[in-house]
Design a protein around this ligand. Structure first.
Ligand code: IMP
Ligand code: MG
Length: 414
């Protein structure tokens, strides 16, 4: 068998960690890009030549020329919304619908999201108040589990077809495959696979703050059930974090910032949902949660987005533990269960910004390999583990282009 490099990239917080931007940055290294969980609830933002592109169903590898992208069986798909997304991406990239769709391989085993499911998602929100994206994701997974759902393959073989499905069959019917067979074959042939996780570990159906979670598993091992690929063949798991935390939707948020700080980070970080436009709540970096996420996901390296937001601060508040009934919870030996989330109090430390990366490496036990200082690929910097620098401080003194990167980051935001 040819030895290839397969990577899975996941969010270690509540989603919106900047996975899209890093996936795009790393895409030149891979041939096949696979989504294995979630649906249109995801919103992955990428800037290409200063043009903003947001993907919901498609992995951002779609932007790369000659890529193959897979919507795995673990996904739930709204046919109409997927067509719209392909149309928008084709327009942004000056391509035809066919040019884009010919790169897409949709699992015949992914489940379909119907308009009734979207209505049900919105209706439930009136009483349940999870703060869902109202994209029908929850009801689609629910139907899948209770065996009243419908796979894409089954939906397309119905007779007669609804007008929505007729249009889907006409435009994308030829792109529906047993994708689990294809990706295993491609891997055997020596192609490199990149699995793009959606949401984050703290929204994982099993390990997140139930019930304030999404309806799928966001951890790398779900590549097995969500794409039909042996997770042992993944050579590298990348976890993405921001140097602070954001959360959109309801649920406990122990490190939530004060109103003023929250407003400041939201405005400077443009923290508004890419799918719903909702303002994201901002909080301080929550290390116990990240430690827990690393432990269950099995992370080899950490990438940090949005470093430009903290660069002008001399110190930053970081949550290093929680206290619960007189006990300290650190995220390694213990972690709150659902019923304890509202009772814990965060324990903070003030970290010097210049020590931020080395402290993180030390407390998480995982190397930080790439940091991002703005939305473009050119704003990504390899950190000590790649460059041989010993500390964050050294990184600054050695990088002559940091000022221009910062300047561009600020101009782009305006
Ligand atoms: P659902 O996935 O639409 O059912 O929403 C469940 C919870 O997950 C809500 O709190 C959503 O705001 C959150 N959520 C779902 N997808 C994302 C995402 O891609 N980024 C951030 N939050 C998300
Ligand atoms: Mg997002």
């Amino acid at each position: 068998m040819v030895k290839t490099k397969n990577t899975c990239l996941i969010g270690l917080q509540y989603g919106d960690e900047g996975k899209g931007s890093f996936s795009h940055f790393l895409s030149s290294e891979y041939d096949v890009f696979v989504r294995y969980n979630g649906g249109g609830n995801a919103g992955h933002t990428v800037f290409v030549d200063e043009k903003k592109i947001v993907t919901h169903f498609l992995p951002v590898g779609i932007i790369k020329e000659d890529s193959k992208v897979v919507l795995g069986n673990g996904m739930v798909i709204n046919p109409k919304a997927l067509i719209l997304e392909i149309e928008q991406i084709a327009e942004s990239l000056n391509k035809t619908f066919e040019e884009i769709s010919s790169k897409i391989f949709i699992s015949n085993k992914a489940h379909i999201i119907t308009s009734k499911m979207i209505e049900l998602d919105a209706e439930r929100e009136k009483s349940q108040k999870i703060g869902t994206t109202k994209t029908g994701v929850g009801p689609a997974y629910e139907s899948k589990a209770n065996r009243t759902g419908m796979t894409i393959g089954q939906a397309l073989s119905q007779k007669p077809l609804s007008s929505e499905l007729k249009s889907f069959k006409k435009r994308l019917g030829a792109r529906v495959f047993s994708t689990e067979i294809l990706i295993n074959q491609w891997s055997e042939d020596g192609l490199s696979l990149f699995f793009e996780g959606a949401q984050g570990v703290l929204l994982d159906l099993d390990f997140g703050q139930y019930p304030y979670v999404t309806s799928s598993n966001c951890i790398p091992s779900s590549v097995g059930s969500g794409a039909g690929f042996d997770p042992r063949k993944i050579n590298n798991v990348i976890g993405v974090i921001k140097p602070y935390t954001t959360r959109v939707g309801a649920g406990p948020f122990p490190t939530k910032m004060s109103k003023k700080e929250d407003e400041d980070f939201r405005q400077r970080g443009l923290e508004f949902g890419a799918t719903t436009g909702r303002p994201r709540l901002c909080g301080w970096l929550d290390l116990p949660s990240i430690r827990y996420a690393i432990q269950i996901a099995g992370v080899d390296e950490i990438l940090i987005s949005k470093m430009d937001l903290i660069i002008n601060m001399s110190k930053i508040k970081v949550c290093v533990g929680y206290s619960l009934n007189g006990y300290i919870i650190d995220g390694f030996s213990d972690f709150p269960c659902s019923e304890d989330w509202s009772k814990i109090s965060p324990i903070y430390e003030d970290w010097l910004i210049t020590d931020f990366i080395s402290n993180l490496k030390q407390t998480l036990g995982v190397p930080v390999t790439i940091t991002s200082w703005g939305p473009n690929s050119s704003d990504k910097i390899f950190t000590p583990n790649h460059t041989g620098f010993n500390s964050f401080k050294n990184m600054f003194s050695n990088l002559s282009n940091i000022k221009s990167i910062m300047k561009r980051a600020i101009t782009t935001k305006k």
